[in-house]
Ligand binder design. Sequence first.
Ligand SMILES: [Fe+2]
Ligand SMILES: [Fe+2]
Length: 189
Amino acid sequence: MIDAVYTLAEPYWHTRSGEIHMPESFAMAQRLLEAEPAADPLIVLAGVLLHDVGYARVPVETHHAGLADAPGGWDANVTRRHEREGAALASEILRQVGMDEARVARVVEIVDGHDSRLEALSLEDALVKDADKLWRYTESGVRITHTWVDRTPEAFMDYVESKIDAWLFTEAARSLAREALAWSRGCVY
Ligand SMILES: [Fe+2]
Ligand SMILES: [Fe+2]
């Protein structure tokens, strides 16, 4: 079922480097699931694949304002819009692949608050949030997102390192963040 979600979600990733962010966050989610066997993998993996699909329905010229740390100022409406559009698309895609309604509701709720809701509603919600944020620590995440917040790669890596405890919910994610960042620090940008 996750393969089918992946195939249907992928066409919506071709903005804001989603075609790189989503596979990287998907791989992170798979590693988090190994550390957190109590989590429902279908909910977590579908949540990660679908969390940002809403950006495909938000005007590209506003995407830069969809980050809480955007240098030109954050527009909370852009964040909410990509969450709401994403939740609607997620519900269509998950019904198309035949996911049961109880799980659809859980994934939709996760997508709908993945950026704006600061607390996690469940272990699955926490793992989606963690997998999303973990991209920022990877080589590609640093290379791409340092430009979004107008920082040098080095300053960006110092910044995300300072946020490990604040941003990440699980110990597994904190440890993956440190591991990814150590690799990124060895890369030439
Ligand atoms: Fe997002
Ligand atoms: Fe994301």
